[in-house]
Ligand binder design. Structure first.
Ligand code: PSU
Ligand code: MN
Length: 305
């Protein structure tokens, strides 16, 4: 494992000292946001983690090594629209490493790398889930199975409304993933604060999240999903988002998009048709989730119970 992973100095020191660390994914940089929003969001997420008192650890595979803690230059290379950066989920990691490849890690791959390094908290925008029409396409994100098996706490703003949210919740239930609201008892729908779906539990803050995570892990169980709604001032009403999603889904069908291309294609399309509004919401929620991840990492590191 040592040969496969290399930690940045600050991340290595923090892990050695038991200081709080928050993992951040890189697919959102390489494939989830356009340039230069991707670069700005990546830097702002790192700042938000630091302001909360934790060390940010953005994760990617660069030249055949898992790198945990990226430099500004590393992030700029991933964000370069002309760079050929693969999109890596669980099944892609080993091949990318042995072929000396470079790739951005999705939620599933980021969780695996974080766990391998001993990082317990991860912040992202929205997880992958069950795609609409999955009853035919079988397109269910590997993120859902990773959340079940890998003991990392993930902060997200729920899952995107490009997905089938009720079926996404069903799979998370089957797989035994706690889905907990952060100061809400409704599943957020990424750009919107409320998907209309209820959650079983609402956490009142970082200490509560840390307590639940410790209990889940004491039982030897896997990941947890903490849902933090997009900040009010950046939220977009659900009916507006629905129109963009319908347009994006129709275009994807017309263009015959399938497999790992589906999510980046839909995100790009929505960014274009929304005239930048979806991007502003996307950036705001990424930064806020990084902040919340930082606060929860601090609570976990303090051992408050
Ligand atoms: N949600 C976003 N932006 C993203 C993604 C999700 O708002 O860029 C990325 C994440 O990396 C997630 C991946 O793990 O898309 C899911 O891809 P798929 O649906 O192909 O599993
Ligand atoms: Mn898929």
């Amino acid at each position: 494992m040592r040969d496969l992973i290399s930690l940045s100095g600050p991340v290595r020191n923090a892990l050695r000292d038991g200081a709080p660390v928050v993992a951040l994914e890189s697919t959102v940089i390489a494939h989830g946001l356009p340039h230069p929003d991707n670069l700005e969001a990546a830097a702002a997420m790192e700042d938000a983690v630091r302001q909360a008192g934790a060390i940010p650890a953005t994760i990617a595979v660069l030249d055949g090594r898992i790198r945990i803690g990226l430099s500004e230059e590393d992030r700029a290379n991933l964000a370069d629209p002309d760079a050929a950066v693969a999109k890596l989920s669980r099944r892609d990691l080993a091949a990318c490493l042995t072929l000396n490849g470079t790739g951005a890690t999705t939620v599933s791959a980021t969780m695996i790398c974080a766990h391998a390094a001993g990082i317990r908290v991860f912040a992202t925008g929205g997880i992958g889930g069950v795609h609409r029409g999955a009853e035919n396409s079988m397109d269910v994100s590997a993120d859902l199975l990773e959340l079940a098996r890998t003991p990392v706490l993930t902060v997200s703003s729920g899952a995107k409304s490009i997905l089938d949210l009720p079926r996404t919740m069903e799979v998370l239930e089957t797989q035994g993933v706690p889905v907990l609201g952060y100061r809400t008892d409704r599943l957020p729908a990424f750009h919107s604060r409320d998907s209309g779906l209820p959650l079983d539990a609402a956490l009142e803050g970082p200490q509560a999240a840390a307590r639940v995570a410790r209990a889940h892990w004491a039982l030897g169980l896997g990941g947890l999903l903490i849902c933090n709604p997009v900040p009010d001032e950046a939220a977009i009403p659900a009916d507006e988002v629905a129109a963009w999603v319908d347009a994006a889904l129709a275009a994807a069908e017309q263009d015959g998009i399938a497999g790992k291309e589906v999510t980046p294609y839909l995100l790009r399309h929505i960014a274009n048709v929304s005239g930048g509004r979806s991007l502003a919401a996307n950036k705001a929620l990424l930064i806020d989730n990084a902040r919340v991840g930082g606060e929860i990492a601090v609570a976990l590191a303090e051992g408050v119970s």
